[in-house]
Design a protein around this ligand. Structure first.
Ligand code: ADP
Length: 352
């Protein structure tokens, strides 16, 4: 087990980390792990209390795999969702940028739930929050906690919140949060997943009551699975619906323009929007990908070899390519499911 560094007269961080205990762990500790711990040490050269007694490899995993140093998404990359962007800006970004103003009556909630069909931009919003608020972004999928980290999820959760508190302001994004905070149980529930859930709620409680600049963003496609305790802690609950017709047009234009392939007319775009009612943002991305293969497939079918093909030999992407792609890429969300989201939104969503 990791024993925290003990301040020794005149010792530097590195020697303190080395001087922990007589355990084998010290000698065996990889350079990368040591470096990672050093970076988390405070100005006094000691590991913050929250990280003591945690296994270094878990701290390293959080720092290297879960912490995203450059989330690289901005509001302008996200089509539509004006309502969500406005709420998130007020509720999250301003408080992270100006904690001095957002105190007392204005103190913000620390838990935000983004719910809605898959592929509608929930993860993008989480990353954009971190990007816009210059916060550190931590991404974890709750199902990996229960499946990949069997028996260790609890410790990983402690490491996650511990590292986040050293990297404030921080946004912790928990994908598929329903699998962690679900109301399904109790007989069938594993002891370990119950402990995991308790640990998670304890950590949330901890930063909720303190002055920490940490925001938890949970995302789910199954909000109806969340229990009352989870809903209570995720005070703001925003519905992230399927993209509007304008948002779908924006996604098509934006993706093709990025690659210099946009040559569609306004009428073509209108036709594509009509044909893609019910498609999610991620369905639209897949559609554009498939449609953009049209000119390439056609050139190759005319006998040009792929190795000899010049970009000028390919015609622009046209409406027909989209019509063909629509046969391949089907909408991934059913009308039925939409009804469930809308109902839950009416009951529990933050409508303003
Ligand atoms: P979710 O977290 O809701 O399941 P993501 O945010 O991971 O969905 O979106 C998956 C992909 O779909 C994104 O990487 C992006 O390419 C595309 N996408 C989804 N929604 C939007 C949107 N509103 N604007 C632009 N792209 C989107």
């Amino acid at each position: 087990n990791f024993v925290p560094p003990i301040r020794s007269a005149g010792g530097n961080t590195s020697s303190m980390i080395n001087s922990r205990s007589s355990g084998k762990c010290d000698d065996a500790m990889e350079d990368s792990t040591r470096k990672c711990l050093e970076m988390l040490c405070g100005p006094d050269g000691e590991l913050p209390e929250k990280l003591r007694n945690l296994e270094p490899r878990l701290i390293e995993h959080v720092s290297n795999e879960i912490m995203d140093k450059d989330p690289n998404v901005r509001w302008d990359d996200i089509a539509g969702l004006e309502h969500a962007k406005k709420c998130v800006t007020e509720m999250v970004i301003w408080p992270l940028l100006r904690p001095d103003i957002f105190r007392g009556c204005r103190s913000p909630g620390r838990g935000l739930l983004l719910f809605g069909p898959p592929g509608t931009g929930k993860t993008m919003i989480g990353k954009a929050i971190a990007g816009e608020a210059q916060a550190t972004f931590f991404y974890i999928s709750a199902s990996s906690l229960t499946s990949k980290w069997i028996g260790e999820g609890e410790k990983l959760v402690r490491a996650l919140f511990g590292v986040a508190s050293c990297r404030q302001p921080a946004v912790i994004f928990v994908d598929e949060i329903d699998s962690l905070l679900s109301q399904r149980k109790s007989d069938g529930e594993h002891e370990s997943s119950r402990r995991l859930k308790t640990q998670f709620l304890i950590e949330m409680e901890g930063f909720d009551s303190g002055n920490e600049q940490i925001l938890l963003v949970g995302a789910t496609n199954r909000p109806q699975e969340l229990d009352e305790a989870a809903r209570r802690r995720l005070t703001k609950r925003l519905y992230i619906p399927l993209p509007s017709s304008e948002a779908r047009a924006w996604i098509v234009r934006n993706l093709l323009e990025k690659d210099g392939l946009f040559k569609l007319s306004e009428e073509d775009i209108i036709a594509i929007c009509k044909l893609t009612e019910g498609y999610s943002g991620s369905d639209m991305k897949n559609l554009v990908k498939d449609a953009s293969m049209g000119p390439l497939r056609e050139a190759l079918s005319q006998g040009i070899e792929i190795t000899k093909l010049r970009k000028e030999d390919m015609r622009p992407v046209i409406l027909k390519d989209f019509e063909n792609a629509l046969q391949e890429v089907r909408p991934s969300v059913s009308l039925n499911e939409m009804g469930t989201y809308e109902e839950w939104n009416r009951q529990f969503g933050s409508l303003s």
